[in-house]
Design a protein around this ligand. Structure first.
Ligand code: PRP
Ligand code: URA
Length: 209
């Protein structure tokens, strides 16, 4: 079973509350989603392996440490996942970025695929899938399946808000993937929206409501 990490750092919770607020405007929403992604990213990179690395300081020899192991790739699910990418690249500037285009059919709530583009060395990287909302889990499950079908290794799912239903579904479909989220909300409504959630993440990021 994948790990569920609820990132309860006070700054994350403070920013998430402003993100949820319906009076927050698009500009502030975008900025806060990006900042919160950075903070969740710190939690999600806590288990990166290290190896010894010695450097010469101006004063002497320092036995330091450097990140080791497989390189990282970020895979935002379009559109809303894009809002978190820059915040994560700030922590992981050498990460390469793939993109998966999916939208939810409003009637069936099933994800519809329309795009995939991955770095040429994606198979050699540990991939972090990014989307602010894990609602039914359909989009995350489909994105992770698309990556596995291409011999890639998705290891983590980063979101802002998850529903209990989405967590359960993702755990069942891809038990090896760890989930990092700032909150686990109450439930889904009849339209598959997370309650209380934040509304439609893509619309609030890009002003398309
Ligand atoms: C939203 C969100 C997720 C998906 C989550 O995208 O960004 O991708 O819904 O729902 P699920 O867990 O039930 O699949 P949406 O389909 O609205 O597309 P958009 O980001 O392009 O607006
Ligand atoms: N997608 C969103 O953007 N918001 C939700 O609450 C559910 C799916």
């Amino acid at each position: 079973m994948g790990r569920l990490v609820v990132c309860d750092h006070p700054l994350i919770q403070h920013k998430l509350t402003i993100i949820r607020d319906k009076t927050t405007n698009h500009k502030q929403f975008r900025e806060l989603v990006e900042e919160t992604a950075t903070l969740i990213g710190i939690e999600a990179t806590r288990d990166l392996p290290l190896e010894p690395k010695t450097v010469e300081t101006p004063v002497g020899r320092a036995e330091g440490r450097a990140i080791a192991g497989r390189k990282i790739g970020l895979v935002p699910i379009l559109r809303a996942g894009l809002g978190m990418v820059e915040g994560l690249l700030r922590l992981l500037p050498a990460a390469k970025v793939g993109h998966i285009g999916l939208y939810r059919d409003p009637e069936t709530l099933k994800p519809v695929q329309y795009y995939i583009s991955l770095p040429s060395d994606a198979e050699e990287r540990d991939l972090i899938v990014i989307d602010p909302m894990l609602a039914t889990g359909g989009s995350a499950i489909a994105a992770i399946s698309m990556l596995k079908e291409r011999n890639c290794r998705p290891t983590k799912m980063l979101c802002l808000i998850a529903s209990p239903e989405g967590i359960r579904a993702l755990n069942e479909a891809h038990p090896e993937v760890d989930i990092y989220t700032a909150a686990v909300d109450e439930r889904l409504d009849e339209h598959g929206y997370i309650v209380p959630g934040l509304g439609d993440a893509g619309d609030r990021l890009y002003g398309t409501e």
